[in-house]
Design a protein around this ligand. Sequence first.
Ligand code: 6LW
Length: 522
Amino acid sequence: MPSVLPNPLIPGFNPDPSCVRVDDAYYLVTSSFEYLPGLPIYRSEDFSTWQHIGNVLDRVAQSGIADSVSGMGAWAPTIRYRDGTFYVIVAMGMSARGCVVFAADDPAGPWSDGVDIPAVDGIDPDLAWDEDGNAYVTYSAYRMRGDQPGRHDGIEQVRVDLATGQALEEPRSLWSGTGLQFPEAPHLYRRGEYWYLLIAEGGTERGHAASIARGPSIEGPFTSGPANPILRATGTSRPVQNTGHADLIEGPDGTDLIVALGVRPLGTGLSFSPLGRETFATTVEWVDGWPLVAPVDLAGRAEDFTEAFALGDPTDLADPGWLAVGRLPADVAAIEDGTLVLTGIGAGLDAARPIFIGRRQRHIDSETAILVRPCDGAGGLGLRYDERFHLTATARRGAEGHLVVTATAALPGIRQSTSHTVVGDDVELRLTTRRPHRLMPNDGAGGDLITLEATGADGATIVLAEWDGRFWSAETAASFTGRVVGPFAESGSVRFLDFAYRGNDAVAPAPSTRPIRETTHR
Ligand code: 6LW
């Protein structure tokens, strides 16, 4: 394990991490809400380099989220392992399925159809087994059903039969936390003579925290730790805020670690997090039988991260990192005649189920480019928080040999569009995000700078729009998710080629590259 853990550990929209170690490998799962495939599984052997190896939810019927509204769907999974089987237990917020436990022999998949656990009326389920092998689901009793949805009854627990999903007792109240808002994200661990109950509290925004209690058995009674909350960044000048929702794990060198969610806000007063909630890690020390958690440091990987898909071959869509809303990317997009084809439905990213596939934006300094051939349709490159907060560059046919490219900023009830003409039948669209630097007027106020550009067949580049990224940040969108960037179609059949993403977490932005065409600026 490196002496400094890279942080974010798993960048981009990856909240609510849970991690298990099996032999010499780690498997980590995060929330995915309305997106499919859902519940990404990342694997590492050194706890530093993580590979996205698959997703738990890879069938629409299995996922139970086909009708989920944005921000609902697959919330806060827990991954555990026992007797040769991996388990992921999750609550489907306000969705067709409630609490479900999925199983797999190989965490890369396939995962089972899942067993529903109807007794659990809440979120953030944990799965643990006592010394006799009884299975317990411990969860946050934030009511999703009944006549009082949204009521919070603290942390509850129920013993279950995992094979049938049936409860073997009435759910019992376990702990209500230290008094902060929303006790949630419980995880149970046996260590020495105690059972430890780690929870999150304070709400998932700036007040977010993790607290701990311990007791003599898996059923408690639990006594609050002496130094709660054991993890909390609010009110500090730490660059990683909202730290909480954590899971404990032993690192490769025997050091205890936690994985936790956090955000990277930009700005000095009110601040804004472009990418939403990401996965971070830090170290844990045990003192007098209680864990002390080191603050979460920012330690971005310095090297450039790049990924590229020609989009000419169906295997390009098999990569587990492509996302679509409530449907699988392969049900939204097709590869035909060596190009990706998206066929519009008369609405762009405003649609609840847009014709859009995208990837997590993982770096504050990033660049995404794609070549668009609109044929007789309209479509282009978009950045989505949800159907109310998004931005797009849309290409459509103009005068003979020309395309019209329209940049649109969409916020609830507000639209701003500007159009430009480019030469050719296809156009490279490029979305660049940059952290503010000192000369920018919005520097202290936070937010990145988002630029949309178009490069025509003559190599001339037009800046379509420059926008203040505060509008597409987790705080403004009040979103549980993050930015997802990729191609979309509004109408007709639109063809796409050569998707390229480049990002860098070094503080100083690297000079821009032109991934597809050699360009000259107009
Ligand atoms: C999740 C809860 C939370 O269920 O936010 O930060 C909710 N924690 O634990 C959605 O991710």
